[in-house]
Design a protein around this ligand. Structure first.
Ligand SMILES: Nc1ncnc2c1ncn2[C@@H]1O[C@H](COP(=O)(O)OP(=O)(O)OP(=O)(O)O)[C@@H](O)[C@H]1O
Ligand SMILES: [Mg+2]
Length: 313
C-alpha cells in the first residue's frame, strides 16, 4: 500500500533521509521508530505530500506522492507531529472546516464529525477555542482531523506525544482497532505501543533503514540474545561450567561483596541449559545462590541497534 524506494532528502547539504526503502502492506500497522533526528517526520512529510524528496520515489495505493499529491491526500489521513491547528477556531468549527476541505458534505459530514469527536474523546471540548486546549487535547484534534475522511491509509507522527498515561493507553487501543480497517504507518518512541499495536517494525537511524522486519522477528532477535545469570559460592574453579553442553560463552565476574562468582552464560536455549547448570553446580559442590534468565527488552534492542552502525535483521 505504501511503497518507498531509495528516498533521499537533503536539507541544504545535510542528508536527513538517505536511500530509504520500505513497504507497508495493505491492512498492516507498521511502527516507524528511530532516535530523535533520525528522519521519521521528514519521511512522513514526504509521504503526505508536504515536502518534496531530493531523490527516490514513494507511492501510496499505486499513486506517486509527488506527481499525484492531490489524489494521494484523499487516500491518507496525516497527523503531523505538531498539528497546524487554527487556534482561534472552536474544535467543532475546525473539524467542520477541515471536512469541507476534504470534500465531505451534508449528512456524511455530520456523521463523520460525530464519529471522530466521540472516537478521539473530544465530546467535552467540542465548543472550546483550540488555543485554550491543553497539548494532549490538541493532539486529539489532530488525530480526529486525520480520521475525518475515513481514509484507507493513516500516517500518524507520534500520536501519543503529550498524552497522559490513561490517554496513551486508550489511543493505543484505538490504533489497534483502526488497524483492522486502515493501513497505518505510526511513529512513536513508546516501545510498549509498538508491541501492542504493530505487525511490522521499521527502525531508522541517521536517515537510513537499520531494521525492517516483523515484530515477531524483532522479539525473536531479543530472545536469541538471552543470557543465564548465575551466582555461585564456593572455592572450585568456575571454568567447570564451560564444559556443560550448550554453553556457548561464559563470562566470569566476582560476586557482589566478593562472595563467589557471577557467571553470565550465553546459550541458544536457556530453558534447556539452566537445569544442566544447576546439576553441574551441585556435582561440583558450588552453592547456587541465584539463577535467572535475562532477555533483552525491545527497548534494550532499540538502544543497541541505534548505537551500533546499521545491522540489518
Ligand atoms: N526544515 C529543516 N531544515 C533543516 N534541517 C531539518 C529540517 N527539518 C528537519 N531537519 C533535520 O533533519 C533531521 C531529521 O529530522 P526529523 O524531524 O525527520 O527527525 P525525527 O526522526 O522525526 O526526530 P524526532 O524523533 O525528534 O521527531 C534532523 O537532524 C533535523 O534537525
Ligand atoms: Mg519527528
Amino acid at each position: 500500500m505504501i511503497h518507498v524506494s531509495k528516498l533521499t532528502k537533503y536539507y541544504g547539504d545535510y542528508p536527513a533521509v538517505q536511500d530509504v526503502s520500505f513497504n507497508v502492506p495493505a491492512g498492516q500497522v507498521v511502527g516507524f521508530l528511530g532516535p530523535n533526528g533520525a528522519g521519521k517526520s521528514t519521511t512522513m512529510r514526504i509521504l503526505a505530500g508536504y515536502l518534496t524528496a531530493t531523490s527516490g520515489t514513494a507511492t501510496i495505493a499505486g499513486l506517486d506522492v509527488f506527481w499525484n499529491s492531490v489524489e494521494v491526500r484523499r487516500k491518507i489521513g496525516y497527523m503531523p507531529e505538531s498539528c497546524p491547528l487554527y487556534k482561534e477556531m472552536r474544535v467543532n468549527e475546525y473539524l467542520n472546516f477541515r471536512a469541507g476541505i476534504k470534500g465531505i458534505h451534508g449528512s456524511e459530514r455530520r456523521r463523520r464529525m460525530h464519529y471522530v469527536i466521540e472516537r478521539c474523546w473530544l465530546d467535552n471540548v467540542d465548543h472550546q477555542i483550540i488555543g485554550t486546549l491543553s497539548k494532549g487535547y490538541r493532539q486529539r484534534v489532530g488525530l480526529a482531523d486525520a480520521l475525518l475522511a475515513n481514509p484507507p491509509v493513516l500516517i500518524l507522527d507520534e500520536p501519543t506525544a503529550g498524552l497522559d498515561p490513561a490517554q496513551i493507553r486508550s489511543t493505543r487501543t484505538l490504533i489497534r482497532e483502526l488497524g483492522q480497517q486502515h493501513t497505518i504507518l505510526l511513529s512513536t518512541h513508546i516501545l510498549s505501543e509498538v508491541e501492542a499495536a504493530c505487525d511490522n517494525v521499521i527502525i531508522i537511524h541517521r536517515g537510513r533503514v537499520a531494521v525492517s522486519c516483523s515484530l515477531d522477528e524483532l522479539k525473536g532477535r531479543a530472545s536469541s540474545q538471552a543470557q543465564i545469570v548465575m551466582t555461585v559460592g564456593g572455592l572450585a574453579d568456575p571454568n567447570v561450567f564451560r564444559q556443560v553442553p550448550g554453553v556457548n560463552h561464559l563470562q566470569i565476574a566476582e560476586g557482589v561483596r566478593g562472595e563467589g562468582y557471577e557467571l553470565r552464560i550465553t546459550t541458544s536455549d536457556p530453558a534447556e541449559i539452566a537445569p544442566r547448570l544447576s546439576a553441574c553446580a551441585a556435582q561440583n559442590e558450588w552453592r547456587l545462590m541465584e539463577l535467572r534468565i535475562e532477555r533483552p527488552t525491545l527497548e534494550d534492542l532499540f538502544v543497541q541497534i541505534t548505537q551500533d552502525e546499521a545491522i540489518p535483521v
